[in-house]
Design a protein around this ligand. Structure first.
Ligand SMILES: NC(=O)c1ccc[n+]([C@@H]2O[C@H](COP(=O)([O-])OP(=O)(O)OC[C@H]3O[C@@H](n4cnc5c(N)ncnc54)[C@H](OP(=O)(O)O)[C@@H]3O)[C@@H](O)[C@H]2O)c1
Length: 400
């Protein structure tokens, strides 16, 4: 049916590649292109013997638009799946515009020198994508991604108006290291050391990092400390969900993780300001990334489950209604299937499904969109088929 260019060869890309190869009728050909070609070649070597999907590899610097354009012209994909880093979002979107190819990513653009993630830079491409007649799907991992699809599904099937959404992202996995991050450490630490925020009555209210904590009893995981964070999908859901009054995003952290993070912060290791070190400029956070375990190496060590979902409160037929949609994912089952832990799995599977939605024209319209702006039903079906089945509760515990 189609050809996908996958940019990046890290933890999430590995899952996208495995999952494309499991769906060769949709992904007839893929090209894996990244900064380090040997990582792309390793995926090809492992997967080509067992799949009908034809795999190519390439080296590309995704910060360089003309290199990207040359690669897109040579491979001629129907879609570019960006699972490199958020810093590359705009250059890859520019290359897609120049070549007239659809685009999908899992995280919104962040400038390298400012730890501030928001959609304004990518939403600014709307008119140009509309004029070019091509589709950009933004934020199609789990959160953002499935959380937006869950919200669209709840809105379509269960509510006249949704008034409140609490997104709860829990990882009860244990990798046995004193401190490690489950996805790119630089992006992860930038996210969790930023101010928190939540949406209420039309505006965002900022909070000190990790200053709001609750305990929530998660199905199949049990009670966990959850902390309020800023998270990018709140920005689009605040615009796209009718009647919405309040949105909060919560994530679990262990005491051990937070203590390590505090120490690293206090000694300046999480800073993104370059410093002089032995005649060279280095960014402390990038140096920290270099000494921490590679998230891709956590797969064989991580045991336990994740539970990510949305608790909705609103009205249906004039009556108050509560509804909870969530997925539980087992780290070791993910590893057995695709060689990655559940954080990469829960991001990579939705990215593959999003690309499938565009290639099968079920999510094909000109412009730049967040996932909740598409029909959630075919995506929800694929989640069940592709390894992320969802569960629902009509009487969930509320956070407060
Ligand atoms: N929405 C969600 O639920 C969610 C959850 C987790 C992660 N994410 C996002 O998923 C993305 C991938 O995360 P990850 O954990 O897979 O990260 P990762 O393991 O660090 O992989 C990133 C990959 O991008 C490649 N890359 C970096 N800069 C590049 C450039 N200029 N040109 C070409 N390739 C480049 C890296 O190349 P090298 O191998 O040479 O370093 C690496 O292969 C990130 O954007 C992250 O924010 C989203």
């Amino acid at each position: 049916m189609g050809k996908a260019l996958i940019i990046g060869a890290g933890g999430v890309a590995g899952v996208v590649i495995h999952k494309c190869c499991q769906n060769p009728d949709v992904f007839e050909e893929i090209c894996i292109a990244s900064r380090t070609r040997s990582k792309c070649d390793a995926f090809k070597e492992k997967l080509q013997p067992a799949t009908k999907t034809k795999i190519q590899t390439a080296q590309v610097d995704a910060d360089n638009v003309s290199e990207l354009v040359a690669l897109i012209r040579e491979f001629a994909p129907d879609i570019v799946v960006n699972v490199a880093l958020p810093y590359q979002d705009l250059t890859i979107m520019d290359a897609c515009l120049e070549t007239g190819v659809d685009y999908l990513d899992t995280a919104n653009y962040e400038p390298l020198d400012t730890a501030k993630f928001e959609y304004k830079w990518q939403w600014a491409y709307r008119e140009r994508f509309e004029k070019a007649g091509i589709t950009a799907v933004l934020g199609c991992g789990f959160d953002p991604g499935v959380t937006g699809v869950f919200s669209a599904y709840a809105q379509k099937h269960h509510f006249d108006e949704i008034h409140q959404i609490d997104i709860v992202d829990a990882n009860a996995g244990d990798h046995g290291y004193p401190f490690a991050t489950n996805f790119n450490p630089e992006i992860n630490i930038r996210e969790v050391t930023a101010n928190g925020s939540y949406f209420e009555n039309g505006k965002f209210i900022e909070t000190e990092p990790m200053s709001i904590k609750q305990v929530y009893d998660l199905p199949q995981i049990g009670p966990k400390d959850i902390y309020l964070l800023h998270h990018e999908e709140m920005e689009s859901l605040a615009l796209n969900i009718r009647g919405i009054r309040k949105i909060r995003f919560w994530m679990t952290f262990s005491e051990r993780y937070l203590t390590h993070l505090k120490v690293l912060e206090n000694v300046g290791m999480t800073s993104i300001e370059p410093i002089d070190f032995e005649g060279q400029k280095i960014v402390p956070l990038q140096f920290l990334k270099a000494v921490l375990p590679d998230p891709a190496s956590l797969g064989p060590r991580t045991k336990g489950k994740t539970n990510i979902g949305c608790i909705f409160q609103g009205v249906k037929d004039g009556k108050p209604k509560h509804y909870y949609l969530y997925n539980v994912c087992d780290h070791q089952e993910c590893f057995a299937e695709v060689g990655s832990q559940a954080i990469s799995y829960t991001t990579g599977v939705p990215a593959m499904i999003g690309a499938m939605m565009v290639l099968t024209k079920q999510w094909k319209k000109p412009g730049v969109f967040n996932v909740e702006e598409f029909d959630p039903d075919p995506f929800m079906q694929e989640l069940n088929r592709c390894g992320l089945p969802w569960l629902e509760s009509f009487d969930p515990q509320l956070i407060d």
